[in-house]
Design a protein around this ligand. Structure first.
Ligand code: ADP
Ligand code: GLC
Length: 494
């Protein structure tokens, strides 16, 4: 096999979300912090994102941005703007196609919460522009050695690059296999994709077009965001119908746990919280709890255990399990603060329970970055009973803030939360349960509340949690290794 000498790479990092420019979930956090960690290791990273209005506004407010390329792609006039990710020196390229991206709402949905009907066209075009940049066909005189794509929105890039003699190595990261980017055959035709892609060994999935297969089939290397999820997605239970393909590519697959951005999520210097704190002095956390109780209309009771939830209100997150245990939990004297948005049914159910428990339970429906920090800091317990969880960032943020998580032992939750019934006491940092049932959640909560009653024991778990290493360094090194392997794969094909 040909050997690549250079250990650092020029990288085009392609994502549909980047914090703080455009965020729906954890993909945005990772797409901001991983490239920075890679840069620290010496990689030269260019970050590529659609020019959503929020991205254009926020990128411009920090530093001047300028158009560096103008292209016509499939009849669309495309401009590429260059800026930097706010607060960093990371080069940011924004793909500006006003008809497709200059819209209100979030990256995928209109303000009413419905997917844009032309998402295939939007991200199909985004992928085509990424592929042109990757081949240095936009007149920029720069070509990456590695193109790193993330989730279905950029998964067509490795497919579009396949067979191109001058193509760079490709890496595809699965953040969530549940989102395939599924569209009918008519969309496949509208996108004018090469006809040979229409095969179940390529982009077809049960008579539909599945964008995600572009990454899974064609990328030189595939990664996902935790070691356990890398195993799980090779099984029928978690494979979303793609487990056969993933098993076929298992020798190209690796699970690398996400890190957290300690500039953004750090209780010792978090501008969103009322008082900073550290592992050896938790007085600030007590103040954060009182402030959270007050702001959320909860009774100010320092001793009442307070459980938080933050997340997308979708099946994945196991919110239905929380709903089942809520009455028991609230009746036992626990308080609950929830923040999220998503399914209108789940939004209505949790709001209805909160209305029955004034002063004991609060619900904020919507997206609020500051409140997410205040719940993470002010709660004692963090609820995360996800049915599946590729990695999960919220449990890591909570651990870092000394807020002990109660999790379903699955995916990245299994890799980061250690229950004392299954680990050494020096490692124990939370409570986990399986299977994903309300009864199992309830019994983990009962153990959690009993532990909360023993302050010394609780403090030990908090210390273990807060001292855990969630920095990106180790994970970024693992991505570096993947880049080297992808480049070796590519070199051996030439
Ligand atoms: P996922 O990517 O599946 O949504 P993660 O745990 O990886 O789950 O990441 C979720 C991210 O989105 C976290 O940064 C979390 O704080 C944030 N988040 C989710 N919902 C909200 C909300 N309603 N308001 C503020 N932040 C939210
Ligand atoms: C996805 C997953 C989540 C993961 C995030 C970032 O949205 O649902 O588990 O933490 O991507 O990788």
């Amino acid at each position: 096999m040909a050997k690549t000498e250079k250990t650092t790479s020029d990288v085009l990092f392609v994502s549909s979300e980047v914090f703080p420019l455009a965020k729906v979930g954890g993909l945005a956090d990772v797409s901001a912090s991983l490239p920075q960690a890679l840069m620290k290791l010496g990689h030269k990273v260019h970050l590529l994102l659609p020019a959503y209005p929020s991205a254009m506004a926020k990128a411009a407010s920090k530093r001047k941005k300028e158009p560096i390329a103008e292209l016509i792609v499939q009849g669309y006039q495309v401009r590429v703007w260059q800026s930097v990710l706010p607060g960093t020196s990371l080069v940011l390229w924004l793909v500006d196609v006003p008809e497709l991206f200059d819209r209100p709402g979030n990256p995928y949905q209109n303000p009413e919460g419905h997917d844009w009907p032309d998402n295939a066209q939007r991200f199909g075009l985004f992928a085509r522009v990424a592929a042109m940049l990757a081949l240095d066909r936009a007149g920029l005189n720069w070509q990456p050695e590695v193109v790193h794509c993330n989730d279905w929105q950029s998964a067509l890039v490795p497919a579009l690059l396949d067979g191109q003699p001058a193509r760079p190595a490709t890496v595809f990261t699965v953040h969530n296999l549940a989102y395939h980017g599924w569209f009918p055959y008519s969309t496949f035709q509208e996108l004018a994709l090469p006809m040979h892609f229409w095969s179940h060994e390529r982009l077809e999935f049960h008579g539909q077009l599945a964008f995600i297969k572009g990454g899974l089939v064609y990328a030189d290397r595939v990664t996902t965001v935790s070691p356990t999820y890398a195993e799980e997605i090779q099984t029928e239970a978690f494979g979303q119908g793609l487990d056969g393909l993933i098993r076929h590519r298992h020798d190209r697959l690796v699970g690398i746990l996400n890190g957290i951005d300690e500039q953004e999520w750090n209780p010792a210097r978090d501008p969103h919280i009322i008082r900073a704190y550290e592992a050896d002095n938790l007085d600030g956390k007590v103040a954060c709890k009182a402030a959270l109780q007050e702001s959320q209309g909860l009774e100010i009771q320092p001793d009442a255990p307070l459980a938080g939830f933050i997340g997308r209100l979708v099946d994945q997150k196991g919110v239905d399990l929380i709903v089942e245990v809520l009455p028991g939990l609230l009746d036992s004297g626990c308080q609950v603060a929830m923040l999220g948005s998503g399914s209108p049914e789940l939004e209505a159910v949790i709001a209805e329970v909160a209305a029955r428990y004034p002063g004991r339970m609060s619900v904020f429906i919507g997206y609020d970055e500051g409140l997410a920090h205040r719940i993470t800091a002010g709660a004692d317990i963090f609820l995360m009973p996800s049915r599946f969880e590729p990695c999960g960032l919220n449990q890591m943020y909570s651990l870092h803030y000394g807020t002990l998580p109660v999790v379903h032992a699955v995916g990245g939750l299994r890799d980061t939360v250690f229950d004392e019934t299954t680990t050494t006491s020096a490692q124990a940092n939370g409570f986990s349960f399986e299977p994903a049932t309300a009864a199992a959640l309830w019994s983990a909560l009962a153990r959690c509340l009993e532990c909360y009653g023993n302050k010394k024991h609780w403090k030990t778990l908090q210390r273990n949690a807060m001292e855990q290493d969630f920095s990106w360094d180790r994970s970024a090194r693992a991505y570096s290794d993947v880049y080297s392997l992808a480049r070796e794969d590519r070199a051996s094909q030439i």
